[in-house]
Design a protein around this ligand. Structure first.
Ligand code: IMP
Length: 426
């Protein structure tokens, strides 16, 4: 059975959790393939809000095996806290599987993320300070510790002692910080976390392949988004993994021929947290209204997100980078009160028009958006459940986006609740 990928098409926070959750009904396995607890996937079920950072959204369905794939970086302390939170809310977490090949986030990763950002001053990336970048850097440098090391205390300790010597020298000599204690880390990771995680640590590649070979549906759940991708995003204002659909193959351990559906999730406008270029950014009262109505504050960090108009140039690029088969559009209702809505159809710089993303980032920093302005619908969409419930102006907006982006919009979110969406196209 082929696999489906759900990927963010902008700068994150598109509401991927909502559509992952909706698609999960048909799925057997939901696999997170990259990122760590820098993600914040919010799902509202029966009025109750679940903010998931590491655990795949499929956890909320009893029939699904949620999997943390090898491409994810795992802070076991955070994972256990999240499992405890879910258990308190009555969710059965015993089905969760964690790849032994996933890398661990250790306390020095988090420390280094914080102090490196501080040192960058006004050039800071605006990371979530969770240790994500330093953990992936250690993975690439081949000094990382993996989840499977939790099952072998001797190996864990040997690796930790070697790497901590270097990290402590860096913390003390470059960043003027106190050194970290290997015994304390080992006590926490081996003493407290390992016994609780042991039963979940699995060869997830075999698990995924067994499911595919048994004709089961597998959903590959991306975190962050296309323009935060380490290779394809607005470097260096990116995350340290590959959220694009291709990353799903690496981060779950499957070949590309298994994937036949790629849903790109986009907001009906755009937001970004952290620094970096943003051609359609709104620094006016319309931006404030979007932040306010959309509740655009980070799920994890509480930071105000930067708002902007929908950018079709970005989306066209996301279609290419991910081979999108469709778009899931979220938060259309946030625009309900506006007299007009704008869509960026191209960029302009010094008389040159760009219908596609300019290759050189210095150009992207300077371009001006070219907008089409469409009439607003001035109607509360929050109760709409089928296309016929949408006023003509809202349908026209969606049709215009489809025409600009070049792939169909399949689902449209009109509110935070699980049932608040319109099945737009079959
Ligand atoms: P990091 O992933 O913590 O290293 O942060 C790198 C960049 O990615 C920063 O601009 C963060 O704000 C952004 N980022 C990381 N995770 C998310 C997310 O889940 N949503 C939105 N932005 C994110």
């Amino acid at each position: 059975m082929p696999a489906t990928v759900v990927v963010g098409t902008q700068w994150g926070d598109e509401g991927k959790g909502k559509f992952t959750d909706l698609l999960a009904k048909e799925m057997h396995l939901v696999v997170r393939y990259q990122g760590g607890h820098n993600a914040g996937h919010t799902i509202v079920v029966n009025g109750e809000s679940f903010a998931l950072q590491l655990v795949p959204s499929g956890i909320l369905y009893d029939h699904i095996v949620p999997v943390i794939g090898n491409g994810v970086v795992v802070d076991p302390r955070v994972l256990l806290a999240e499992l405890d939170m879910l258990a308190r809310k009555g969710v059965d977490t015993s089905r969760l599987k964690v790849s032994g090949n996933a890398h661990l986030i250790l306390p020095y990763h988090q420390e280094l993320d914080k102090v490196a950002e501080r040192r960058l001053g006004k050039n800071k990336i605006g990371t979530t300070k969770r240790g994500i970048g330093p953990a992936y850097a250690d993975k690439a440098s081949r000094v990382g510790l993996r989840v499977q090391d939790l099952l072998d205390p001797k190996i864990f300790r040997e690796k930790l002692d070697v790497v901590l010597k270097e990290k402590n020298a860096l913390l003390a000599k470059v960043y003027n910080q106190l050194p970290l204690d290997a015994d304390a880390i080992a006590d926490q990771y081996l003493g407290e976390c390992a016994p609780r995680l042991e039963a979940m640590i699995t060869d997830t590649v075999s698990l995924v392949h067994d499911a595919l070979e048994a004709d089961q549906h597998v959903l590959l759940e991306g975190a962050q988004a296309t323009f935060l991708d380490l290779d394809h995003g607005t470097y260096p204002y990116v995350t340290s993994s590959n959220p694009v659909a291709g990353g799903a193959c690496v981060g779950a351990g499957i070949g590309p021929r298994y994937i036949d559906r790629v849903m790109g999730v986009a907001k009906a406008y755009v937001t970004r947290v952290g620094a970096g270029p943003f051609p359609t950014e709104l620094l006016d009262e319309v931006g404030d209204l979007i932040v306010d109505r959309g509740g655009e504050y980070g799920t994890n960090t509480g930071r105000r997100r930067r708002p902007g108009w929908f950018d079709a140039v970005m989306l066209r690029h996301a279609v290419r980078l991910n081979s999108l088969s469709e778009v899931g559009l979220t938060k259309l209702d946030v625009l309900d009160t506006l007299d007009t809505v704008k869509v960026c159809v191209a960029y302009e710089l010094d008389g040159e028009r760009f219908d596609h993303l300019p290759y050189h980032q210095s150009v992207l920093h300077k371009v001006r958006p070219i907008y089409e302005e469409l009439p607003g619908w001035k109607t509360d969409l929050s109760a709409a459940t089928e296309p016929g419930h949408l006023p003509r102006e809202a349908s026209d907006y969606l049709a215009f986006l489809e025409e600009q982006v070049g792939v169909p919009i399949r689902m449209v979110g009109v509110g935070p609740g699980r049932e608040q969406y319109v099945h737009y196209a079959a």
